[in-house]
Design a protein around this ligand. Structure first.
Ligand code: GLY
Ligand code: MN
Ligand code: MN
Length: 441
């Protein structure tokens, strides 16, 4: 089981709770642990704590429900925790009971989860609204619906209980979007060991090797360096498999003359990295491969150079789109005026995703990309990926061309600083010549 707090100080969490509790404005926030997920029959997946619960409490235990209250008298931070169970602990190891976890996390009070049904209505009396994510955990949904029904029945006369349910993202996402130094340090570490493991994987890659073997070199690098493992299923797409955006079966074999798209990232103390490199399996790009690669690299460089505070997320994307579109015209894939083609989204068939997403506790981290109808303005402390690509999936009805079956993506992780962008994964080359030098071939 992952230990609580993961090296963050208890003050880090109490400071965050103070900010969030203020944002509840007379309401309450109910946050459960992530569920234990069954893999098949009675076998479970390895436990991954909930990002929001961890962010606010440091809890990494399953079965916990945290309640923050900005209303009424009494405790502000309450925990519901399963009682210790020696029979279960025989299989899954020691757990913290209510009092142990209360002390560890600095909660005002803790009671056994078994008491939630009886105590929660009492604790929510007088809350103006409840911040809770409906539809995730049926047992808790039932409790919340009961409380809302009761509040509707009695509320008009007594003013008791919440009348509205609001997504917790409303009070959490913007805070999580701006990373604190301790969070940046973890993302940096995830980035560093992802880069080191990519070097190992590239040094082993050669024609005849299974995609699964490349995956195993990368992921064993993550684990050997102390990461929890991959932050998402590693993508090793050789040849046309690179055109499947979230390909992850990794069951193909690297063929001579093919490129390989490797997209992976380590998770360190629950924080993620997310890196992609596309390289030739033999260590030499063919002419057409290099041409496509250079277009994506131009887009990658243009997007990276655009990152600085005050710039909108959409501007970064647009820089990539212009370069990709210009490149598609030069390759002879599109014809027309670049601006007009960008406007008409002619690139979409070859670049169907966005250039960036936020990165943090979740690999596709939280934070709205559009605020009040306009693209989000970048601020220091935000972390985003830059990952333009071109994918020439073979379409059975059109004539094949020189680039058919090729897929190229280049992805780095960037911290927005006061001066511009700090590329956290720049130590892994993107220059085609340098990349060739890293591949065993
Ligand atoms: N690895 C998934 C992504 O790049 O978003
Ligand atoms: Mn990726
Ligand atoms: Mn990504």
């Amino acid at each position: 089981m992952t230990p609580p707090l993961l090296g963050f100080s208890p003050e880090t969490f109490s400071r965050r709770r103070e900010t969030v509790t203020e944002g509840l404005r007379g309401g309450a926030l109910l946050l459960p642990s992530a569920p234990l997920l069954h893999r098949s029959r009675d076998t479970e997946h390895r436990y991954r704590p909930d990002s929001e619960l961890f962010y606010l409490t440091g809890s990494t235990e399953p079965g916990v429900v945290a309640l923050l209250r900005d209303h009424g008298e009494g405790d502000r931070f309450v925990l519901f925790v399963p009682e210790r169970d020696p029979a279960a602990e025989l299989w899954s190891g020691p757990r913290m009971g209510p009092q142990e976890l209360r002390e560890r996390l600095g909660a005002d009070s803790a009671c056994p989860t078994e008491e939630l049904k009886r105590r929660l209505p009492e604790l929510l009396k007088g809350a103006r609204r409840l911040f809770f994510r409906l539809g995730m955990q049926p047992v808790l949904d039932v409790r919340v619906v009961e409380i809302l029904k009761e509040a509707r029945r009695k509320g008009a006369r007594k003013g008791e209980g919440p009348r509205a349910v609001v997504d917790p993202g409303e009070v959490l996402d913007d805070l999580r979007l701006r990373k604190e130094p301790g969070e940046v340090a973890r993302i940096r570490r995830a980035a560093d060991l992802t880069v080191a493991s990519f070097r190992e994987a590239l040094a082993e890659a050669r024609p005849g090797m299974g995609e699964w073997e490349v995956e195993s070199v990368l992921e064993s690098g993550f684990r050997r360096a102390g990461a929890l493992g991959p932050a998402f299923p590693t993508i090793v797409g050789s040849g046309r498999n690179a055109c499947v955006l979230h390909y992850s079966c990794n069951g193909g074999v690297l063929s001579a003359g093919d490129m390989v798209l490797l997209d992976g990232g380590a998770e360190v103390d629950l924080y993620s990295a997310d890196v992609t490199r596309t390289f030739p399996s033999e260590g030499r790009f063919t002419g057409p491969q290099r041409d496509v690669y250079q277009v994506v690299l131009g887009a990658h460089r243009a997007a990276l150079a655009a990152i600085r505070p005050g710039v909108r997320m959409d501007d970064v994307h647009r820089h990539a789109l212009v370069e990709l579109t210009r490149g598609l015209v030069n390759l002879g894939v599109l014809s027309g005026e670049v601006d007009d083609l960008v406007e008409r989204k002619a690139f979409e068939r070859y670049f169907p995703h966005q250039t960036s997403h936020w990165l943090g506790l979740d690999v596709h981290d939280v934070g709205d990309y559009v605020v009040d109808g306009a693209s989000r303005v970048l601020e220091p402390g935000m972390v985003l990926t830059v990952e333009p690509g071109l994918y020439f999936a073979q379409d059975p009805v059109s004539e094949p061309m020189a680039y058919s079956g090729m897929g190229v993506r280049i992805e780095d992780d960037v911290l927005v600083t006061t001066e511009g962008g700090d590329n956290l994964t720049r130590a892994l080359p993107v220059d085609p010549g340098e990349l060739e030098g890293l591949v065993a071939g």
